[in-house]
Design a binder for this molecule. Sequence first.
Ligand code: MN
Length: 250
Amino acid sequence: MTTLFISDLHLSPENEALIQLTTEFLCTETKGVQSLYLLGDVFNTWLGDDIVPVEFEPLITQLQQLHQAGIKTYLMVGNRDFMMGKNFAERCGCQLIADPTVINLYGIKTLLIHGDSLCTDDVSYQRYRRKTRNKFLQWCFLHLPVRYRQGISDKIKQKSREQKQSKSTMIMDVNQLEVSRIMQEYDVQYLIHGHTHRPAIHAFTLANKAAYRIVLGDWENKTSFLKCNDQQFVLSDHRISASDSVLRIS
Ligand SMILES: [Mn+2]
């Protein structure tokens, strides 16, 4: 039995090839999988569960099939699809999980987060994040006509693109102090997250014990995933060499 993790697919209605790649992946790579975790930014934008683009239908059908096959699928929102809600998750046969969530992964207590909350050096982003996670503001947004929601989303994306050019790559990566802090808060030695688009298995010391931070990769036009069983965790990503992709846990 295995557990599969993916994140940062950044699916959009315009990129039908990527939707197809995802649908095929979820069909072929889930043999023997008992749980599937989608850790945020599966979708590049989310304007509300009431306006799901028709292009996503094949993916929704595939997720429903996994549910029928008995595979438990868990959905976490990211910084791009944070407006995704329970209605959509239920429609796909998925369970919406909080960011952060702690799971028992083959006897290993593991913290799951999307990853944007770890980028504490990016002060302006964290300010924006607090605002957009306000439940009242989200309620207001979801009650706007579609064209207004689209307008707001486009404006935010454009601003983000402009700001990205002036932000250093350091600022946009995780802050190691924040990583240690949240891992200690949840009393874990293992952390799995996405968001930074820097797939890797980082080993370090936390509270005098070995600790690991596994970063899931973004997809662009290639798959990237983490497969775990009771022997090892394997991060399959075209940017990582075979020797750096395996973490033995037994
Ligand atoms: Mn993200």
